[in-house]
Ligand binder design. Structure first.
Ligand code: FMN
Length: 158
C-alpha cells in the first residue's frame, strides 16, 4: 500500500523514528514517503492508503505546528491513519515513586489531542506508538527500534 508519514520533529528524534518506520514498511513491500510537516501543505496531502502522523510532546500537547497541521488536514472521512509520538520518559518523584498510567494520562494529552483532531474529520485509527526520549531533547530510549518494529509489523499485517 501507499503510506505517507508526516512528522514534526524539532531535535531529530522523531525524524529517526519516521525514517526507521519508512525503512521497515518499505522492506515489507509498501511504497512509503516521509516528510516534515513544514514542507507540506495540510490541505493538499498526497494520495495514500494510510497516513502516519508523528509529533513530539510540548507541555502535555502535540507541538504547536502539528496541532495547526492536523486542524487543517483535508482528507475524506474513512481515511485510515496511525500515530506516533515522542514523549519524555516518566520519572520518579522525589520519594522515588513512579507516576501511574492514570496520573500520566492526566497531563500527557499528546496522542488524545491528535486523535481528537483527526477523528473529528471522520478519519479511522489503525495503530499508535509512543516512543520515549530519556532527556528533554533526546536521545531515544534504548528499545526504540524494537517498538518501531512492532508498529511496522502491525501496520503491515492490516
Ligand atoms: C519546552 C519543551 C516542553 C516539553 N514538554 C513535554 C511534555 O509536556 N511532554 C512530553 O512528553 N515531552 C515534552 N518535551 C520533550 C519532547 O517530547 C522531546 O523534546 C521530543 O519528543 C523530542 O523529539 P524531536 O527530537 O523529534 O523534536 C518537551 C520539550 C521541550 C523542549
Amino acid at each position: 500500500m501507499r503510506i505517507e508519514i508526516y512528522h514534526a520533529s524539532k531535535y531529530g528524534n522523531g525524524a529517526m523514528v519516521a525514517e526507521e518506520l519508512r525503512k521497515l514498511l518499505d522492506e515489507r513491500g509498501n511504497e512509503v514517503s516521509v516528510s516534515h510537516i513544514k514542507d507540506v501543505s495540510p490541505k493538499a496531502l498526497s494520495p495514500a492508503d494510510l497516513y502516519i502522523f508523528g509529533s513530539p510532546g510540548r507541555i502535555g500537547k502535540p507541538i504547536g505546528g502539528m496541532r495547526r497541521f492536523l486542524s487543517k488536514v483535508n482528507l475524506p472521512a474513512g481515511t485510515r491513519y496511525a500515530l506516533f509520538s515522542t514523549e519524555a520518559a516518566p520519572r520518579p518523584d522525589k520519594n522515588g515513586r513512579m507516576p501511574t498510567e492514570e496520573e500520566i494520562a492526566k497531563w500527557q494529552r499528546i496522542q488524545p489531542l491528535m486523535d481528537e483532531a483527526l477523528q473529528a474529520k471522520g478519519l479511522e485509527k489503525t495503530a499508535a506508538l509512543k516512543v520515549y526520549v530519556t532527556d528533554l531533547k533526546g536521545p531515544l530510549e534504548e528499545s526504540w527500534r524494537k517498538k518501531v518494529e512492532q508498529l511496522a509489523g502491525s501496520l503491515a499485517a492490516d
